[in-house]
Design a binder for this molecule. Structure first.
Ligand code: G16
Ligand code: MG
Length: 573
């Protein structure tokens, strides 16, 4: 069907409700809007389905949620997993509880039991819950840190990680095969509850999740020692982190935790923020204000589904709060865990740290220092989750820590997705360790730069929306691919990795080798002087992302180098 036919179908078929039709009637003279809403179906990207809430096949609404779920249900049945059930969580976004119920009732109508959280919960808790309950699959209704007009659908499999290839493709095929909306099943909620196909979950899972988190604490005695002195400001950005983060910090004995009052309660409009993303410094305005009033040591914020953590730490010398990127906070936690596990003899045999191809190279320097293997995977925490599954299948427990540049990490294997609740906990333990040793978290970061090297990374993204935007993104990638730059300013391109064709080409010798990773639309340039840059279309937002990294001789030198590389890279776009 053309987009116009699809539009007419939604407008006229009895399957769609009156509000949906009203919404569509209002845009009937707006060709562009009509095309954007109907030219395709929402696609599974890095983090499942993600789209603007509204009527249309390319939007998040009860019909697209049900259809995706029918596809998932068909797949579950085909895989023989029907008896195991599916766990469902949702965040504080507009329509999140409704979409969660739609998904649950579609599963129930297919004879698959749905375990639905009583109210909002963090994404990592769902990852934990589905394994705890022995489910075949899991769903989180969330668009993570995207702007308020978005919602989404993260899909998990039995091992607790978001689906990767070939499962994602197999599920997508099943969803595509649902061509008739009338084939999508649903049932009455009361009936589903009465027949035992809709079960509400809550406290028992929360308690078990908290217990698992606590197992990651290495030095409870240090927390106790400094608990009177250390001050923490925290914001859940109107999302799911509020209750679990407060609870874990209080149970561990942290006494001075100040939650940003304006951002404490769920709010689907994220009224106090432009963009509820800890990557955005503007999102920290209220938290930093409170931190100054309280003279806090550290300032923490989690995104709405509580799988990303952003931090600022007080530099007592300048009196300023210093922002930490996801790479920096990830390294602080990684170094602490690796060091203290070595010191306490609690490191597993053949330990491994898992990072992604766009994560800081400091990860490699630290893991070398502690004789820990560093494994690099594609962008997307699901690939880190997949490694944990493979470790487990091989009968080992090598996994120590996993992190990516986009503010996500995971200590422990209770969840198979990034977990900002456990990250807050580890970060606060590390901050307590710093306090005990008379230094700030920023001092610790400086010590790490001095020891491992002044690694500095940056990101540059261009937002290109809609059909035109995705064409432009494809064109830029094609241009870079067909005619790869030989140098970026003074930095020479040593190797070009094209993850789409799984090849690494040496620019001097022409020698070719494989990337060893699944195919993905990513171009990576290895440059001279320990520098690199990388381009990839985002799988969750209409953006083309460029990542770069350098190694300097001092903080200032690294900063200048990364700025220069960013400018030189812009010349190719
Ligand atoms: O959005 P979240 O926090 O669920 O996070 C998701 O998207 C991020 C950004 O992906 P992309 O660069 O493709 O937009 C990924 O790094 C992350 O692993 C994934 O879980
Ligand atoms: Mg998130």
């Amino acid at each position: 069907m053309s987009y116009k036919e699809e539009f007419e179908f939604w407008l006229n078929d009895s399957y769609f409700d009156e509000d949906t039709k009203k919404e569509l009637l209002a845009i009937k003279n707006d060709e562009k809007e009509m095309e954007d809403r109907f030219y395709k179906e929402l696609e599974f990207g890095t983090g499942g389905l993600r789209g603007v809430i509204g009527a249309g096949t390319n939007r998040m609404n009860i019909y697209t949620v049900r259809k995706a779920t029918q596809g998932l249900a068909n797949y579950i049945i085909e895989q023989g997993g029907k008896e195991k059930g599916v766990a469902i969580a949702y965040d504080s976004r507009r329509k999140s509880p409704e979409f969660a119920d739609e998904a649950a009732l579609c599963l129930a109508a297919n004879g698959i039991k749905a375990y639905v959280f009583e109210n909002l919960r963090p994404t990592p808790e769902l990852s934990f819950a589905l394994r705890k309950l022995g489910c075949i699959s899991g769903i989180v209704i969330t668009a993570s840190h995207n702007p308020p007009e978005y919602n989404g659908y993260k899909a998990y499999w039995e091992d607790g990680a978001q689906v990767t290839s070939p499962k994602d493709e197999e599920i997508i095929t099943e969803v595509k095969n649902v061509t008739n909306y009338h084939e999508v099943k649903t049932m009455d909620k009361q009936e589903a509850i009465a027949s035992g196909l809709y079960q509400v979950i809550g406290k028992e899972i929360d308690d078990a999740y908290m217990e698992e988190l606590k197992k990651q604490i290495i030095h409870p005695e240090i927390i106790e020692e400094v608990s009177d002195d250390i001050k923490i400001v925290y914001s859940p950005f109107h999302g799911t982190g509020n209750i679990p983060v407060r609870r874990i910090l209080s149970e561990l004995g942290f006494k001075h935790v100040y939650v940003v009052p304006e951002q404490e309660l769920p709010d689907p409009d994220f009224t106090t923020l432009e963009y509820p993303n800890p990557e955005d410094p503007k999102a920290f305005a209220l938290a930093l204000k409170l931190a100054k009033e309280k003279n806090a040591d550290i300032v923490l914020a989690t995104d709405p589904d509580a799988d990303r953590l952003g931090i600022y730490a007080l530099d007592t010398k300048s009196g300023e709060y210093i922002p930490f990127t996801g790479n920096m906070s990830g390294m602080l936690i990684a170094e602490y865990i690796l060091r203290e596990r070595r010191a306490t003899n609690t490191m597993p045999e053949n330990p491994a740290l898992v990072t992604t191809i766009v994560t800081t190279n400091m990860a490699k320097a630290i893991s070398d220092d502690y004789k820990v293997k560093c494994i690099e995977v594609l962008t997307g925490f699901k690939y880190i989750g997949e490694q944990i599954k493979w470790f487990e299948e091989s009968g080992s427990n090598n996994y120590v820590f996993g992190l990516e540049e986009s503010y996500g990490c995971l200590a422990g294997t209770h969840a198979r997705d990034k977990d900002a609740v456990v990250a807050v906990m580890c970060l606060c333990e590390m901050a307590a360790w710093c306090k005990k040793h008379g230094k700030t978290v920023w001092d610790q970061m400086l010590d790490m730069y001095e020891k491992y090297g002044y690694f500095k990374e940056s990101q540059y993204a261009i937002t290109l929306k809609g059909i035109e935007g995705s064409k432009q993104i494809a064109q830029i990638m094609d241009k870079l691919r067909s005619n790869p730059p030989k140098n970026f300013g003074d930095l020479k391109v040593v190797e070009v990795r094209d993850y789409a064709s799984s090849t690494i080409v040496n620019m001097e010798t022409g020698e070719e080798k494989g990337t060893g990773l699944p195919e993905s639309n990513v171009l990576y340039f290895d440059l001279t002087c320990d520098s690199w840059c990388c381009a990839r279309p985002s799988g969750t937002e209409p953006k083309l992302k460029f990542y770069m990294g350098v190694k300097g001789t001092s903080l200032e030198d690294a900063q200048a180098k990364v700025e220069k590389l960013t400018e030189d890279l812009k010349a190719f776009i």
